[in-house]
Write a protein that binds this ligand. Structure first.
Ligand SMILES: [Zn+2]
Ligand SMILES: [Zn+2]
Length: 283
């Protein structure tokens, strides 16, 4: 079996055929961690995880939802929230199926034209630090989103002056940034981006994600889809579903010279260790 360590099965994009998507995941024996982005999608993640043994939930506030603004992504446009991280509200969602906090972090790609860049970053850092503290208090893994803000995130993490149990999800940074996160004790999560043609799977530091994966300690490497976004190359143009994490696993196997069973065993074990999931699919 495999586990998709980061997906958004609770998003509206899946509503029309959620039961079919879940049964495809079951047929292919792929479990998943459903990640929230604000209070409503966090609650929906918890509710959905409660319906299936192989699904778990992460709750938290994505930096994009700190300000209300229309967000334009290639295939997905939506209105962001303008929400603040209120620990009590998120604490009310905790259950044994909640294994992490996030996704939280820094997002300097989508900056609404009406908002000052420094003010935006400062607010994101406050929200991130509050969620890191929540993760510490409740002994949960931290799911970290970083887009065009690795230097800032590395300095915020160093400022916390303590070991963080967490993952930098959808990692596309440079080799140097990867090494910084690893030395801070974090895991790195890789999506279908690693299956894109060589020109498109370059890290944002203009290095190669292949080299980042080759130098990532095998016990710190996670695989994910970020579904409904980022369908792997084989399924480009389709809506991404968690079972497609197979393609990410295949790419890791090829680049690390691992067998299929080794890559399954390693990535499932890493996900279980990071999120403290004792018996996947039976608890
Ligand atoms: Zn993200
Ligand atoms: Zn995500």
């Amino acid at each position: 079996m495999l586990i998709d360590s980061h997906c958004h099965l609770q998003f509206r994009a899946f509503a029309p055929n959620l039961a079919e998507v879940i049964s495809r995941c079951q047929e292919k024996q792929v479990g998943g961690i459903i990640v929230g982005t604000q209070i409503d999608t966090s609650r929906a993640a918890v509710e959905l995880a409660a319906t299936q043994e192989t699904l778990y939930a992460v709750i938290g506030l994505h930096p994009i939802h700190l300000f209300a603004a229309p967000i334009d992504e290639a295939e997905f446009s939506f209105q962001s929230r303008g929400e603040d991280f209120v620990p009590e509200k998120y604490a009310a969602l905790l259950s044994p199926k909640v294994v992490g906090i996030g996704e939280c972090g820094l997002e300097m790609y989508h900056i609404p034209a009406t908002i000052d860049r420094d003010e935006y970053l400062a607010k994101q850092i406050i929200s991130f630090e509050a969620q890191a503290e929540f993760a510490r208090v409740h002994d949960l893994a931290l799911v970290i989103h970083v887009r065009e803000a690795h230097e800032q995130m590395i300095s915020v993490l160093k400022g916390l002056k303590r070991q963080i149990r967490g993952v930098v999800h959808c990692f596309t940074g440079s080799q140097e940034q990867a090494q910084e996160y690893l030395s801070l004790g974090l895991h790195l999560g890789f999506t279908g981006i690693i299956t894109f043609p060589p020109k498109k799977n370059l890290s944002t530091g203009h290095g190669s994600l292949r080299e980042v994966i080759r130098q990532c300690p095998l016990d710190r490497l996670l695989i994910e889809t970020d579904a409904p976004y980022l369908a792997p190359q084989k399924y480009r143009g389709q809506q991404c579903e968690p079972w497609m994490v197979e393609e990410v696993a295949k790419q890791v196997a090829e680049w690390r010279n691992l067998s299929w069973s080794e890559v399954q065993e390693i990535t499932v074990r890493n996900t279980q260790d990071l999120f403290k999931i004792s018996t996947l699919g039976s608890g």
